[in-house]
Design a protein around this ligand. Structure first.
Ligand code: BGC
Ligand code: BGC
Length: 568
């Protein structure tokens, strides 16, 4: 197998460049001694997100807010078609994390803090990636990261730094929780964090990625009980386990020892980004020197071949037919097509959660409108991490439509717009202001303080004086501590990380569609509630309780029938 890591983009990053690139690897593998095609893998975690002009769907936390398994399945199917169109047949998705602490930089990669919702939506995602006909248009899903990562403890990542990894220098030094330690007991591990994996395996998941995290100090990548006894034994998983990027290097400073531990524990395919020759030579040596039974290698290889057979890569060999598929099974034109962008826009609307509303929403068509905020017209901020590059970036990183585009399409448009609130003397009936987090990824997003930065609060306060009614939209991968924003806003809306079709948020604000989104995670309102007791009782009686999972106000569309039925 060959992978592109986050931002590991061939050529100009276009779908055509991807297609030619993947094709060259597949062709080369067909000319190899055994002629077994490689499996090309990529992190298509919210659409085929490394590819310029692909449809970028909302991140998983937003999909969790929809609570709609059919929608998640449809989004995964569309993502699979865009991925297959470039020749890649394996996506490192869905992430089945059940994030418990919003300070974690990967919170947005999980659907919800509620394990049953993650199980339902994760299973739907697997079905969508695979489709009805795996060999024809399916892309292998990869249930990740097995298991427990949503429970890692703040501050425990530092204790797991590995001084022998040069790669860490300068990088990851300030990671606090990502890749850290899980200290819950087995009952809770199973009830909360294993549950979505059980559902994914039942739904047909054929690949699982092991987690960087450790359980009571033992790295999952070397955990035979979790990888072999529970996953392959108890759950009956007959696909293969892939290790995470360089994760085996965290097991031991000696490469051979690290490889032996991972393979013996049950890892079947090892993700080795930089030196695969050393890895291959090491495996051969381990077997020759009888440090690793060859039966374990045979089992790993059999698992990988079985999966390749199921997705049709071995067609023409297994059943004796001579014909081999030459082209990716899906035309390249599906990448970023209108149909998928419309689906993304629908998903964005369905994920939008109205947290509070004093009767300002939906915004009447005859109201004058001011639009402000750095995120309101910024595709990159709305896409977040895992978009074109690994970390993501603000700015016009790819094509799509913004909240501002959506607002401008209303009859009266907007009377003024400025990202930083420099709107001169203009006054309006209603102001829409975004506050945001800048893109981040993995431990780079671990953040002790989830407060909205003061400069963003200043913008909100300034616009408050220029409008009769103020709507604040939060563009973030997790709940933020809103502080003074709460006093200024007549309506507060969580827009999450919507992706390339953020105009779906405007559709909700303007009442073009019905609004049914619900919080997939609890929204703390005080510092102590971020990591402290789930009820916020640490704060004393004065403090407002956190907004619970499931919170969200329904809004009927302003006119005409809703385009999506609201759940009963
Ligand atoms: C991440 C995985 C990802 C892999 C390949 C790792 O750093 O943890 O989620 O699939 O890289 O890019
Ligand atoms: C790669 C990612 C990978 C990360 C490791 C980056 O350089 O592009 O794919 O996940 O390193 O955490």
């Amino acid at each position: 197998s060959v992978l592109s890591g986050g931002g590991g983009n061939p050529g100009d990053g276009s779908a055509d460049a991807w297609r030619a690139h993947v094709r060259s690897y597949v062709d080369a593998s067909r000319r190899s001694r055994l002629g077994i095609p490689i499996l090309y893998g990529t992190d298509a975690v919210h659409g085929h997100n490394n590819v310029i002009d692909a449809t970028i769907f909302p991140h998983n936390i937003a999909m969790g807010a929809t609570r709609d398994a059919d929608l998640v399945r449809a989004v995964a199917r569309a993502s699979a078609l865009e991925t297959a169109a470039t020749g890649a047949r394996w996506s490192f998705a869905p992430c089945l994390a059940v994030p418990q602490d919003p300070r974690w930089g990967r919170t947005y990669e999980g659907f919800s803090q509620d394990p049953s919702l993650v199980a339902t939506l994760g299973a739907a995602a697997v079905q969508g990636w695979h489709g009805d006909d795996l060999p024809a248009t399916g892309v292998l899903a990869c249930a990740k990261h097995y298991v427990g990562e949503g429970a890692t403890v703040w501050g425990s990542a530092g204790g797991h730094r590995h001084p022998w990894i040069d790669w860490w220098d300068g990088w990851g030094a300030d990671w606090q929780i990502d890749q850290g330690d899980v200290v819950i007991d087995e009952d809770e591990l199973r009830r909360v964090h294993l549950r979505p994996f059980t559902a994914a395996v039942r739904a047909g998941a054929l690949t699982v990625m092991a987690c960087y995290c450790s359980w009571h100090g033992r790295r999952v990548h070397a955990h035979r009980y979790l990888l072999t006894d529970v996953l392959k034994g108890e759950l009956g998983f007959d696909g293969f386990v892939v290790s995470d990027w360089m994760a085996i290097d965290q097991l031991h400073p000696d490469h051979a020892t690290a490889v032996a531990r991972a393979l013996a524990a049950g890892v079947d395919m090892v993700m080795v980004p930089f030196d695969h020759r050393r890895f291959v030579a090491t495996v051969v040596e381990l077997v020759e020197q009888e440090h690793l039974p060859v039966e374990r290698i045979d089992d790993a290889v059999a698992r990988i071949l079985r999966v390749k057979a199921r997705i049709g890569l071995l067609d023409g060999r297994v059943d004796g037919r001579a014909e081999v598929r030459d082209e990716p099974p899906v035309p390249v034109e599906v990448v970023g097509c209108e149909e998928h962008r419309t689906l993304a826009r629908t998903a964005v609307s369905a994920s939008t959660v109205v947290l509070t509303d004093d009767g300002v929403l939906p915004i009447p068509d005859d109201a004058t409108l001011l639009a402000v905020g750095e995120a309101i017209d910024d595709i990159g901020i709305g896409c977040g991490g895992w978009t074109i590059s690994w970390e993501g970036a603000a700015g016009a990183v790819t094509t799509g439509r913004t909240i501002l585009d959506g607002l401008r399409s209303r009859p009266g448009g907007v009377v003024a717009y400025d990202p930083h609130g420099a709107v001169g003397d203009v006054r309006a009936d209603v102001g829409v202001v975004t506050i945001h987090e800048l893109p981040y990824v993995e431990g780079g997003g671990d953040r002790a303080d989830l407060s909205v930065p003061p400069d963003q609060i200043d913008v909100v306060a300034r616009i408050r004086d220029r409008v009769d009614r103020l709507v604040v939209v939060v563009i973030s991968g997790r709940p933020l501590l809103l502080g003074a924003v709460l006093e200024h806003a007549d309506a507060l809306v969580a827009g999450w990380l919507p992706g390339s079709q953020a105009d779906g948020i405007a559709d909700v604000l303007l009442g073009r569609v019905s609004c049914t989104g619900r919080l997939p995670v609890r929204w703390p309102r005080t510092e102590a509630q971020v990591s402290g007791s789930p009820t916020g009782s640490d704060d004393g009686d004065e403090a407002p309780p956190p907004l619970p999972v499931g919170h969200g106000l329904d809004l009927a569309p302003a006119a005409g029938p809703p385009d999506r039925p609201s759940p009963a």
